[in-house]
Design a binder for this molecule. Sequence first.
Ligand code: URA
Length: 438
Amino acid sequence: MLPQWIIEKKRDGNALTEEEIRFLIEGYTKEEIPDYQMAAFAMAVYFKGMTFEEMAILTDAMMRSGDLVDTSSIKLPKADKHSTGGIGDKVSLVLAPLIACCGIAVPMVSGRGLGITGGTLDKLESIPGYRTDLSEREFVDTIDKCGCSITGQTGQLAPADKKLYALRDVTGTVPSIPLIVASIMSKKMAEGIDSLVLDVKWGKGAFMQTMEDARELAHNMVEVGVCMGKNMTALLTGMNQPLGRTAGNALEVIESIEALKGNGPADLMQVTLELCGHMLLLSKKASDIKEAKGILLSHIESGEALERFKQMVGLQGGDPASIDDISKLPRAATQEPVSSSESGYIAAVDAEKIGRACILLGAGRKRTEDAVDFAVGVSDILKIGDKVQRGDKLLTVHANDPASCSEAVAMTREAFAFSEAPVESPELINEIVTPKGS
Ligand code: URA
């Protein structure tokens, strides 16, 4: 078998066999197949797509390209959540400790910021000392002690995806549903979980711009997960305005701490409780979503969820005192209010523009090798439907240098659109995708 024969077969729109897909992924992982052939293959998939069976085999081959996390010593049910990412999406920080309180272990391998969307690891690293490079032993020990751990992908977890993702990033082949399915699911399936809930976001601040694309991605990921023996549910959620009232690493940690204390903004709490609720249902810890939400709220009200978060932070080398005293978290030199030039109701908050402003401030990376500034970002973001008078504050820009501050002020002001008539806040949770026939 030669790689070029497989590339030609896909280029001509034919389905590949299991042997052919495994040959490509194994060869690429062992560096026997060069980047240029893999790039041609990715482009052929981009144009010709893949059958569902091919997608499932590709996911399995990429998952088996490296180590599988051995979570067999953990006797609790194991569940995780994956979000396709958005602006202000800090759900994982609230969800992992909250789920741990319910007797479900959460082995969460997370990522860094991608494009304009923030990354869970960058947010957590704004807590002084927090480590995201745990060994497998440290990862499993942390889960044993506090029920959850959030760490980064090691070189041994789905290495084929690590290589292929970097290649797709520079060859125009990222937005391909089969390649996204295999990329996300190969990493999640290597975590040793029983159940997975997906938050597939759509809209201006998300990877998938339309609900139709998000639905197709969600259906395929759910079915691939089921084929691999996992309990699966996906939610389609809107990302046409930022989630919560902050975007930026330490600012989002502060908002997550507030959420764990029961003071989170309504939209963040709605998405978090819905995702957590479905994790409880899949893990058979509740019989309906109402009961699940009651259980979850009781763990917030008792203070246990916040306590678990503090425990996880401490076990991963972070300073738990900074959770009680947020003045120990990074703070930017300047806080600049952005005021409204109009009176009326907020009709739109362009999540993409807010995300771009955060990148300008340094909250995300312009190049992969860049360091992020944990302190900068935006807070107090008003939401669609809020009523404002001319001169009212729309948000606060947190900056560490004057040039990026004034650029971010202009850009974030442009993110808002107004209406004279009252505006309904948009539906946040659009659909729940379950396996076919369930
Ligand atoms: N996130 C991933 O991990 N992979 C993709 O292909 C897209 C988003």
